[in-house]
Design a protein around this ligand. Structure first.
Ligand SMILES: NC(=O)c1ccc[n+]([C@@H]2O[C@H](COP(=O)([O-])OP(=O)(O)OC[C@H]3O[C@@H](n4cnc5c(N)ncnc54)[C@H](OP(=O)(O)O)[C@@H]3O)[C@@H](O)[C@H]2O)c1
Length: 210
């Protein structure tokens, strides 16, 4: 029904709640045209701190398993309908390991490859998979950062770009385009040079609650 909004407040790490929400939604409205797995958390971590492994587990739970479960809850109905777009919000942080942000980088890297596997598995079914890798967007998540964020965008400016990427069914897109250029450079950079630059970069605060 156009114009109808329904809410299913849930934790994406709760698979049963997701399955229930998906079943209810599909029964009422049919298979969705678009599902966006956007939920995510970020927190600074130190990779040689045993105390931070708990944070790593939680970040992986939400950013990888939660993303995967959100899409998997709706995928069968969309596959049966033979259409639709599944969207995962990853990050440019998934392209290289940043100092002080290991848990988040690992989670986004895993999200990118998970989405690629999903895309390949669904090839030919009519269901597309879009992986969006944003740079810095001004949201509560980035407001905790105490360093300059290059190419920071407002959510209002970013949203239409996300919408265009989804409509075009882009396999993987980095937003904004300036960050896409940076990530091409980052990915091509040899390890010795990357290590020098990345070890000097500012770090995400470790004291942000998750
Ligand atoms: N901001 C950036 O620069 C940036 C860059 C790259 C990627 N991203 C990604 O973009 C996505 C949105 O982030 P944001 O910047 O909008 O951050 P945000 O302002 O902190 O919002 C995060 C959202 O995720 C939800 N969420 C967190 N844990 C959840 C859980 N276990 N179950 C259900 N919902 C949960 C939050 O819901 P509640 O408010 O109810 O907790 C909130 O709506 C995330 O995946 C993030 O990693 C952000």
């Amino acid at each position: 029904m156009p114009g109808t909004t329904v809410h299913y407040p849930l934790d994406v790490t709760d698979e049963r709640a997701l399955a229930h929400a998906a079943r209810d939604f599909v029964a009422r409205f049919g298979a969705p045209d678009i599902v966006i797995a956007n939920a995510g958390i970020g927190v600074g971590t130190l990779s040689d701190e045993l105390a931070d492994i708990e944070k790593l587990s939680r970040v992986l739970d939400v950013n990888v398993a939660g993303l995967a479960a959100t899409l998997a809850a709706f995928a069968p109905g969309m596959r049966r309908a033979g259409r639709g777009t599944l969207v995962g919000i990853a990050s440019v942080a998934g392209f290289r390991g940043l100092a002080g942000n290991g848990a988040y980088c690992a989670s986004k890297s895993a999200a990118i490859t998970w989405l690629e596997s999903l895309r390949v598995e669904l090839r030919g079914t009519g269901v597309s998979v879009v992986c969006i890798c944003p740079g810095y967007i001004d949201t509560p998540m980035t407001r905790a950062n105490r360093y300059r964020m290059p190419f920071l965008m407002t959510a209002e400016k970013a949203a239409p770009r996300f919408a265009r990427a989804i409509a075009a069914r882009r396999r993987r897109v980095v937003i904004p385009w300036q960050m896409a250029l940076v990530s091409v450079l980052l990915r091509a950079m040899p390890g010795w040079l990357y290590d020098r630059l990345a070890s000097r970069a500012p770090r995400k605060p470790r004291d942000v609650p998750i």
